[in-house]
Design a protein around this ligand. Structure first.
Ligand code: SPV
Ligand code: MG
Length: 294
């Protein structure tokens, strides 16, 4: 049985995926980040696999974080925000039966939607520039997994986004177009077409040939010059700003630690970091204490 909270988040996500304005999601790596994303008016939280691996575990984004660990992180984020979550579930953590279990666990924990990509296990983060073998699950097998995942849902509203890695793996436009249409036919509720092409040439080639019935999702980390409104005009219904809060946090922490290590005095960074009272306010400390003390 879906809770009312889960149902209303799923409805909000589905409504946003069919609205006439773009849905902008921002990537979170922990619960407070999810809360801040809501405070700044975004429409959804992307539970970034890259973010959770890097920030919560100090591990690379290569399928070494387990489904259970990723789900724990997502559940904490979900509690911290009224926004719907789209949880990055990598490749579903294995084969077809792992995809089924991923769907049933995330759905039963109240998450609004998940995204499953076609990278073969163990996946490698799509943005990694170094030497790395990149292999995709054969399209027919990925369709079988997506269809099995959809069939495993117990609510109609839970959202399954299928992610196409053809461009990232160097398989080219024909493969991207073929996979995207087949994943939509297999039952995916939306298709994420990933690309590292700064010129948008790959994406525009894809959009010219896309005839699928489901909304498209973009992750413009490496084509950051286009606004969400511009990407929407081109044909994307959802835009995921996947990792900017994590990168901001790391930059701020490193800058602060550098200053502390040079100065050896807390006052030298005080003006450039959040006052502790701001943190107390963000998590509603006063009302929790009042409840305990009343
Ligand atoms: C993530 O945020 O984990 C993503 C997006 O999957 S990317 O890092 O571009 O692969
Ligand atoms: Mg990821």
């Amino acid at each position: 049985m879906a809770t009312e909270r889960a149902s209303s988040k799923r409805r909000a996500l589905r409504d946003a995926l069919s609205a006439d304005i773009p849905l902008v999601a921002v990537g979170a790596h922990d619960a407070l980040t999810a809360k801040l994303i809501e405070n700044y008016g975004f429409g959804a939280v992307w539970v970034s696999g890259f973010g959770v691996a890097t920030m919560a575990h100090a591990l690379p984004d290569i399928n070494v974080v387990t489904m259970t660990e990723a789900l724990d992180a997502a559940v904490r984020m979900d509690r911290a925000t009224t926004l719907p979550l789209v949880a990055d579930c990598d490749n579903g953590y294995g084969g077809l039966t792992n995809v089924i279990r991923t769907v049933t666990e995330y759905e039963s924990q109240g998450i609004a939607g998940i995204c499953i990509e076609d990278n073969l296990f163990p996946k490698r983060n799509s943005l990694f520039q170094g030497e790395a073998k990149r292999e995709l699950v054969p399209a027919s097998e990925q369709c079988r997994r997506l269809a099995a995942g959809k069939a495993a849902q117990s609510t109609d509203d839970f959202v399954l986004i299928a992610r196409v890695e053809s461009f990232i793996a160097g398989h080219g436009l024909d493969d991207a177009v073929d996979r995207a249409h087949r994943y939509a036919d297999a039952g995916a509720d939306a298709v994420l077409i990933h690309s590292k092409d700064r010129t948008l040439g790959e994406i525009e080639g894809f959009l010219e040939r896309w005839e699928g019935p489901v909304p498209l999702v973009a992750v413009p980390t490496l084509f950051p010059d286009w606004t969400s409104a511009e990407l929407h005009k081109k044909g994307f219904q959802m835009v995921i700003l996947a990792n900017q809060p994590m990168r901001a946090a790391v930059e701020a922490m490193e800058r602060t630690l550098q200053a502390l290590s040079e100065a050896g005095r807390a006052a030298d960074v005080d003006g450039a970091i959040s006052p502790v009272n701001h943190l107390f306010d963000l998590v509603d400390t006063a009302s929790w204490i009042a409840a305990e003390d009343s």
